[in-house]
Design a protein around this ligand. Structure first.
Ligand code: NAD
Length: 243
């Protein structure tokens, strides 16, 4: 019987790469994103099910999980970046960052837990960030939400290990996706120059491809990681190696 996998943020970047990888591994996929056109195109290519939804809408997670009719793997990749200091962050900015990066992650996990328990267990993989473990400049709301995702994931792992549910957080460094390009635009940097500067600051000398993050996601979702729960897996070309 193939695994049922729900992936949020599946229309682009790391979520799309995770979807492609899980499809290669034979999972039955339920892809979720608000970018309807890109989502539909990927779903057709992967013969996947898809639900066009804003993950911040109350009830969205329950609706997706109901339609999937069960879940073995949940990947929460929907997210957004905001490069602002505290003074630059309005209430609306703060609420928007919390809604997509943290609250939606919480709600999809909450909805998946009973469905996984019913099937004897499952694997949750959340997307944190290197800036969930250390902070960086002009990223107050982003860093706060990603740190919360790291600890949300650990707390779920503690409560639901006895249900056979593993929960782990992948913390990427800069990865070549539209989000990184959006981030550079917010900082007023040219994409090529910004990516080169970020790459130069890492021991491996390059930013990640989304497929390299998806490989970590797929491993944590797989039975090979059967003893791994409550952990954060940093995939950042060594960016945090020096602390
Ligand atoms: N790219 C990086 O450098 C990087 C680094 C660290 C962490 N991350 C994290 O990885 C995750 C995936 O990022 P990515 O780089 O693939 O970004 P991306 O922009 O390529 O993809 C994010 C997807 O989430 C979707 N999305 C955003 N808000 C949504 C909403 N309210 N409802 C439904 N869908 C929504 C977007 O439409 C998009 O398809 C994010 O949580 C991000 O914070 C990315």
């Amino acid at each position: 019987m193939s695994r049922i996998a729900v992936v949020t943020g599946a229309a682009s970047g790391i979520g799309a790469a995770s979807a492609r990888r899980l499809a290669d591994e034979g999972a039955e996929l339920w892809l979720v994103d608000r970018a309807e056109e890109a989502l539909g195109q990927l779903a057709v290519r992967l013969s996947a099910n898809w639900v066009a939804a804003d993950v911040t809408e109350p009830g969205a997670a329950e609706r997706v999980l109901d339609r999937a009719g069960g879940v073995d793997v949940l990947v929460t990749a929907a997210g957004a970046i905001l490069r602002r200091t505290a003074e630059e962050t309005s209430d609306a900015d703060w609420e928007a960052a919390l809604a997509v990066n943290l609250t939606a992650t919480f709600r999809f996990c909450r909805a998946a837990i009973p469905a996984m328990r019913e099937r004897g267990g499952g694997a949750i993989v959340t997307l944190g960030s290197g800036w969930g473990l250390v902070a960086g400049p002009r990223a107050v709301a982003y860093a706060a939400t990603k740190a919360a995702v790291v600890n949300l994931t650990r707390a779920i792992a503690i409560d639901h290990g006895p249900d056979g549910i593993r929960a782990n957080c992948v913390c990427p460094g800069d990865t070549d996706t539209p989000l990184l390009h959006d981030e550079l635009a917010q900082l007023g940097e040219e994409a090529a120059a910004g990516i080169a500067a970020s790459a130069a600051g890492r021991p491996l000398g390059r930013v990640a491809a989304p497929e390299e993050i998806a490989a970590a996601v797929a491993w944590l979702a797989s039975p090979d990681a059967g003893q791994v729960t409550g952990t954060t897996l940093v995939v950042d070309g060594g960016g945090l190696a020096g602390g």
